[in-house]
Design a protein around this ligand. Structure first.
Ligand code: BYC
Length: 331
């Protein structure tokens, strides 16, 4: 009510009173929102939220959904070449899970008022990003193990934190997704452990794979904190519960002993355990490579986008048929 009559402010004292109420109304809403964030109460789709909070969530969640969908491509590349029926079934199930994660997060993002087709169009036109990691090629079978172990492992570290984030639909999606990522992580590690017990050629293949994926996996956590423009705001709103560097370090600390346990060497000459900090010290990420990839010029960026655009075009008739079927059954 206050909003409707606010335009009359200058004309009468009566209206000025209502403008004051309107301002208070907004301040009140902001306070309620901030109080909820502070006390750990989730923000739900119908709650009032600042435009900037909504915008940041749409950016981050849609990027996350796109990552799940584009992330099917590098592994999908090996489904027809899996070395046994059981490996093929596991890989099929994993890739299918990623599709489910994508659809789940698209739905959660839609609760913020953006349409799925718009998000997909933003991906296809390069306006929206997706995780840098999926712009690297899968050149040998061991890459399937490494992706499960490192890429899903990094995702678990990141998403376990996001499962506690302030936006209800995103945090709940993360709880379910993390359970599946755990299965992905274990199957990847088991695949590599198995190869490390095999022939020298198999062990070399596993090591070659780790050499190529280690540094890109660390890049998944984003730029270092000092170069992360979004972190401060997102952490204040408890969308991000920890900084990029904190989570990256957590991932390194938990992954290095796993590599050692199966005889793999982390490709970082500076890596060593620091008794004092109780963390691993490690080398320097090639940030030029990171920015090249996220600007669209990584090894497979163009190929990945072409595959998504082609799938969209090829799937048009299916969507039309589904719409026609739904219409027919509505009447
Ligand atoms: N790749 O201010 P910052 C999976 C961008 S899939 C590309 O730190 P923020 C799986 C960032 O967007 C799971 N871009 O950003 C699937 C920003 O650019 P814009 C994937 C990156 O948002 C299939 C700019 O750099 N997980 O598990 O505070 C098979 C500045 O960065 C990257 C998620 O998506 C990157 N790595 O933090 C297997 C997690 N890093 O948007 C497995 C959800 C940064 O301003 N997302 N950028 O133009 C997040 O947790 C956060 O968005 C990030 C970045 C930590 C990634």
């Amino acid at each position: 009510m206050a909003r409707n009559i606010g335009v009359h402010t200058v004309v009468t004292g009566f209206s000025i009173k209502f403008v004051g109420m309107e301002t208070m109304d907004l301040a009140q809403r902001e306070k309620t929102f901030e109080d909820k964030i502070k006390s750990g109460i989730k923000i739900e789709p119908k709650d009032w939220m600042p435009d900037r909070y909504r915008k940041q969530l749409i950016r981050m969640m849609s990027q996350h959904a796109h990552s799940e969908i584009v992330g099917m491509l590098p592994e999908g590349n090996w489904i027809t070449r899996a070395p046994s029926l059981s490996r093929k079934l596991t890989l099929l199930a994993k890739v299918q899970d990623e599709a489910g994660h994508g659809l789940y997060i698209y739905s959660a993002t839609e609760t913020l008022g953006i349409d799925r087709l718009e998000m997909i169009s933003q991906l296809h036109t390069g306006k929206a990003k997706y995780s840098s990691i999926f712009n690297y090629p899968t050149t040998n079978w061991a890459d399937i193990g490494t992706i499960g172990w490192l890429v899903d492992g990094a995702a678990i570290v990141n998403q376990t934190a996001l499962a506690k984030c302030s936006y209800g639909p995103y945090s709940r999606a993360m709880i379910r997704i993390c359970k599946e990522e755990n299965f992905h992580n274990k199957q990847g590690y088991q695949l590599l452990a198995h190869m490390m017990e095999g022939t020298k050629q198999q062990r070399d293949m596993a090591q070659d794979s780790l050499n190529r994926w280690w540094w890109p996996s660390l890049m998944m956590f984003g730029p270092s904190d000092k170069d992360s423009p979004n972190s401060a705001e997102l952490m204040r709103w408890k969308v991000k519960m920890h900084s990029n560097d904190f989570l990256r370090q957590r991932f390194i600390d938990r992954t290095v002993p796993q590599a050692e346990a199966i005889g793999l060497r982390i490709p970082d000459p500076k890596l060593r355990w620091n008794e004092e900090t109780q963390h691993y010290d490690w080398g320097e990420i090639d940030w030029d490579e990171f920015y090249t990839v996220i600007k669209g010029n990584g090894p497979c960026n163009r190929q990945r986008m072409q595959a998504r655009v082609d799938a969209d075009v090829r799937g048009r008739w299916v969507r039309k048929a589904a719409e026609a079927y739904a219409k027919k059954h509505m009447n």
